[in-house]
Ligand binder design. Structure first.
Ligand code: NAP
Length: 470
């Protein structure tokens, strides 16, 4: 642990770890604040290990649409007049009228990804790509830990870069979840890598794919493989009797409203658990009803024709998988009878969901200052700041891994614009404590963060400190 800050090193107001949609939205909120109140500008930098912006590229399947309204883009719920809205993007791309004529709230995923890249380009000056964070080290001053050193690289003998910060915002995303006994290989994948792995398949028409799971990813993967490989059998294996529809109805959708976060946060633990359980089917292990109908229509049509190549192995689970040079062998058990069948396939795709990355894993020695709940998850305040020991003077903000405290919207886009406004308000209020405001309410959210003076005549803007820390 460092004990004395090196002289002259920049101390950023905020260092963002990860640059997916959540921290992209935060970068935009900071950029907009800095333009509106340049005298109170925040000095922020975002670190991303990918070489360029990318969000679930392996699932940018042609024809797949977003599951969330375009109005829940990076900014609109926080500031409907922002120039970083999806509508601004459409206008710049010359497709505004065409999009309106399409009469859908749900853009294509490829299109929405293009919007995210467009927005990321506009704040590129705040981002360092190819920058993998390997440690976050506390720096002690007289009154406690008054800075954090966010270390990039430094592995395998390379020089480490250190970014010193008063606040960090961790948005490390979600990672693919695989069955415990599964090791990915050239023929056994998670759907997260679908397009990249398909591109690596040996030449020649595949004969069979197996897709495991019954969520949106599994259904989209099944549909895509069936459509793109017309000579190929696709076996969907899942333990439910049939795909279950996602609940996208209006009253249930209110669980994603900004107000619902307030309600959820203050609810007792047993109420939190019940709310998550009641509304699991808005998000987990469910499929868009139109896609369910589409897949059913295809299987029925094939039955009429007498040539079944889309096969639903429902109420089944995979009990054994073996990887061979030229195929993968899966043994599938029918749960009601225990009957087993063997499938040889070109590839087996696990569409078995995702899990949030534990933000404290990224924090190195700084994690010792952070509190966990009795359930072992990170304790997070309403403003998304990790609860810490008193001598931690820096803010450690978390986006994503807060479903247990802030509700089901945490890992989704729906509340991102509002959430980053709340985080910015908190950073600004803590930057200048005499201006500290009460936690943002639904009414104050729409107005965006209130500008407050920066400390001591503005922020330092020297180059990053580069050290040879291992
Ligand atoms: P998910 O909803 O968590 O579904 C995971 C599926 O895998 C479930 O059917 C689950 O079965 C099954 N599963 C989990 N572990 C398993 C195991 N060990 N063996 C066999 N099956 C297992 O994950 P997802 O489909 O990836 O969706 C995640 C999120 O991404 C959702 O919010 C979804 O809406 C979103 N998404 C969006 C789009 C889009 O915008 N177009 C596309 C894809 C995904 P059980 O139900 O039995 O647990």
């Amino acid at each position: 642990m460092s004990t004395s800050p090196s002289r002259g090193a920049t101390v950023h107001d905020l260092v963002g770890i990860g640059f997916g949609p959540s921290n992209l939205a935060l970068a935009i909120a900071i950029e907009e604040h800095n333009r509106a109140a340049p005298q109170h500008a925040l000095d922020a930098v975002f670190l991303e290990r990918q070489e360029r912006f990318g969000w679930h590229r392996g699932m940018l399947l042609d024809g797949a649409t977003m599951q969330v309204s375009f109005l829940k883009d990076l900014v609109t719920m926080r500031d409907p007049a922002s120039r970083f809205s999806f509508l601004s993007y459409l206008s710049e791309r010359g497709r505004l009228a065409d999009f309106i004529n399409r009469k859908s709230l749900f853009p294509f995923r490829i299109e929405f990804h293009d919007y995210l890249e467009w927005a990321a380009d506009h704040v590129a000056h705040l981002v360092r790509y190819d920058a993998e964070v390997t440690d976050v080290a506390p720096v002690r001053g007289e009154s406690g830990v008054d800075a954090l050193e966010v270390v990039v690289g430094g592995q395998d003998g390379e020089l480490a870069q250190v970014h010193r910060a008063r606040n960090v915002a961790i948005a490390a995303g979600i990672r693919p979840s695989l069955p415990s006994n599964c090791t990915p290989t050239g023929r056994i994948w998670h759907n997260h890598d679908l397009l990249a792995r398909l591109a690596e398949l040996p030449p020649g028409e595949p004969k069979r794919f197996v897709v495991v799971g019954a969520g949106q990813s599994a259904a989209e993967t099944t549909e895509y493989l069936h459509r793109h490989f017309p000579g190929c059998e696709v076996c969907a294996v899942f333990s439910r009797y049939g795909y279950s529809p996602s609940d996208d109805t209006a009253f249930a959708n209110r669980i994603f409203d900004p107000e619902a976060v307030d309600h959820f946060f203050q609810a007792p633990d047993d109420v939190k658990r019940r709310l998550l359980e009641y509304h699991r089917n808005t998000n987990y292990s469910v499929v868009d009803p139109e896609l369910i109908d589409d897949l059913y229509r295809r299987t029925y049509q094939e039955r009429v024709r007498g040539e079944q190549r889309l096969r639903m192995l429902n109420a089944c689970h995979v009990v054994e998988v073996q990887d061979f040079a030229d195929c993968v062998r899966a043994v599938v058990e029918f749960l009601p009878t225990g009957e087993r069948r063997e499938l040889h396939a070109d590839a087996l795709v696990y569409a078995t969901g995702y899990e949030p990355v534990d933000p404290l894993q990224l924090l190195g020695a700084t994690a010792a200052y952070c509190q966990r709940t009795p359930d072992g998850v990170v304790a997070v305040e309403r403003d998304y700041r990790v609860a810490t020991t008193e001598d931690m003077r820096c803010g450690i903000y978390v986006q994503g891994a807060t479903e247990h405290s802030h509700g089901i919207t945490s890992t989704l886009l729906s509340n991102t614009a509002v959430r980053v406004g709340e985080i910015l308000s908190s950073v600004l209020a803590r930057t200048s404590p005499q201006q500290a405001c009460s936690p943002p309410t639904s009414a104050s959210r729409a107005a965006g963060p209130a500008p407050v003076p920066a400390r001591g005549g503005g922020t330092a803007r020297t180059a990053e400190a580069t050290t040879d820390r291992p």
